[in-house]
Write a protein that binds this ligand. Structure first.
Ligand code: ZN
Ligand code: ZN
Length: 547
């Protein structure tokens, strides 16, 4: 009646896994009519664990034939096991899961939570919310399924909204909720909520859970508090390679390359084996410190000493490492010899190096690939036209502008957010919609004119509009990160660190202006852009102008 040889097993199911599956199926009695709902459920769970959907469907079929499903009117054991099988199968058999769920004679909280997790984690937002509303009494697991699902499917703001609803409903978060919420806070840069959740976790003694510690490190790093992240790391009673890697990457992202390398040495002394993420951190650290040969040695040791196959992100790091230090020919050679297809990050790194070292030819080579790989991104054209401008090739600058117009490249709208008093506010470039827009602009203009007295000259080369220089300066003065910083200075007590998040790379003009503003206002300003952190303090930036 039942055979797992009905089809080719998925490649992951190796022979010992198949042996386990056979044992579970034999024990279930499904082929001898002596099966019970409990033994069939055990067989279904074995199929789930081994991700063997075909065998699972056979269990489902046999259960139906033996009337085991209708026998379980009072128990959800078997239907829930089958539901889990469909909901968690890698290909995503949500339709089958839904069909089974809708025909289940009895449902309990677990049945709802299984389907809820599957829907939310695959981005079926409306359906997940609808199902949630049908749950008679949602428990902490139901809320957590929704929060984790949204956090994992790239909707962190929705995840945090649900978390607040859960608090208002008087349900206390468990360890899984804490992990999911901290991850969402990291993604949107909500330090206030992240800190509250972390304090709560400490009160509940959840911090012995290594995953809670790891996510807290990541949250603090991504919210710009690398020192707090390090304190969390140091206080952990147990650490995994994930903890070490998160901290190494954290130091690297914040321009603290020495700390990253020291931590790696400590990790090796303790006998913890590195993984791919560890090397991303190490390569970043070397790149930002200009340690080219050390970086190349790390890259080589990945495969040689640790049996880790480099991924595209590692290749990107090496190209960045070579390009930044001006070894552009080697970088191009390296790209051409890559065993994997170079992506826009790889060519973008070469373009960045070409800009830094004013190499027109390399810039043109990179842009040739970037226009194919990432045609809608205007950032590359800005860099290319800057390279031409540096070389005094104004005709080429004009040609790039015409090409942009011709190709219909649209400018990606830049936005910056700042968290003030527990609320996250968003500013876009030239934004005048804020109720205090006039005050914000006045504050900003005062700061910029003081900055000019201290030597700031607006860098109009980053503006690609066909307008005169005065207009370009006006556009520059309203970049979103400048607006967010001005607003932060107006609305927070003296001495408060400002934390701004930007969706694009911070431009060179804002970088120069923010350095001086940090000095004028006597504030620390942390800006997280698409690639890294900039910590502006007393007129300097932690990236040492190398980004
Ligand atoms: Zn800017
Ligand atoms: Zn910087």
């Amino acid at each position: 009646m039942l055979s797992v040889r009905a089809g080719t097993p998925p490649p992951r199911a190796h022979s010992s896994a198949l042996a386990q599956l056979h044992a579970a199926l034999a024990k279930s009695g499904l082929s001898t009519c002596s099966a019970t709902p409990a033994s069939a459920a055990a067989a279904a769970r074995a199929c789930s664990r081994l991700r063997h959907l075909r065998a699972g469907r056979a269990v489902h079929g046999a259960s139906t034939k033996l009337a085991l499903l209708s026998a379980s009117t009072h128990s959800t054991l078997l239907p829930n096991a089958l539901l889990h099988l469909y909901a968690s199968s890698p290909g995503g058999h949500l339709r089958l899961a839904r069909l089974l769920f809708d025909t289940m004679p009895a449902k309990d909280a677990a049945s709802y939570n299984i389907l809820l997790t599957a829907l939310a984690s695959r981005g079926h937002v409306a359906e997940a919310l609808e199902l949630f509303d049908e749950i008679p009494e949602p428990n902490v697991r139901s809320w957590t399924a929704l929060i984790a699902g949204f956090a994992q499917s790239g909707r962190p703001a929705d995840a945090l909204r649900i978390f607040r609803d859960m608090e208002n409903a008087g349900v206390s978060p468990n360890e899984v909720t804490v992990v999911a919420t901290l991850a969402a806070c990291a993604d949107v840069g909500d330090l206030d909520l992240g800190r509250q959740v972390h304090i709560y976790a400490k009160q509940q003694a959840y911090c012995h859970n290594v995953q809670v510690g790891n996510t807290a490190i990541d949250m603090y790093v991504k919210c710009g508090c690398v020192d707090v992240a390090r304190a969390v790391f140091d206080a952990m009673d147990r650490r995994t390679v994930v903890s070490w890697s998160a901290m190494i990457c954290g130091h690297a992202m914040h321009g603290e390359g020495e700390n990253a390398l020291e931590l790696f040495a400590a990790m090796s002394r303790q006998g913890v084996l590195p993984n791919g993420v560890t090397f991303v951190g190490l390569l970043h650290a070397c790149s930002h410190m200009g340690l080219v040969d050390e970086g190349l040695a790390f890259f080589e040791s990945m495969e040689k000493d640790h049996d880790i196959t480099p991924g595209i992100e590692h290749y990107g790091c090496v190209v960045d490492l070579l390009s930044r230090s001006g070894r552009l020919d080697e970088a191009l050679e390296f790209i051409n010899a890559m065993p994997v297809e170079p992506n826009s990050v790889v060519w973008g790194a070469l373009l960045g190096g070409a800009r830094l070292h004013k190499n027109v030819e390399m810039g043109e080579e990179a842009i040739r690939h970037l226009t194919v790989l990432d045609p809608g991104n205007d950032g590359y054209y800005v860099v290319l036209s800057n390279i031409y401008a540096d070389a005094g090739r104004w005709e080429d600058v004009a040609r790039v502008r015409r090409a942009m117009k011709h190709r219909g490249v649209k400018k990606t709208k830049g936005w910056s957010t700042i968290s003030v008093g527990g609320t996250v506010l968003e500013f876009t470039a030239g934004d005048c919609s804020h109720p205090r827009a006039t005050d914000i602009c006045e504050t900003l203009d005062k700061l910029l004119s003081e900055a000019r007295r201290r030597g700031y000259v607006p860098d109009t080369s980053v503006v690609l509009l066909d307008v005169d220089d005065n207009e370009k300066e006006r556009v520059l003065a309203r970049h979103s990160e400048k607006l967010a910083v001005a607003f932060g200075l107006m609305t927070t007590p003296p001495g408060t660190t400002l934390r701004v998040m930007k969706n694009l790379r911070v431009c060179s003009d804002c970088h120069a202006a923010l350095k001086l503003i940090s000095e004028i206002a006597g504030r620390e300003i942390v800006v997280r852009d698409r690639n890294r952190f900039h910590c502006f303090r007393s007129g300097a930036c932690s990236c040492r102008d190398y980004w």
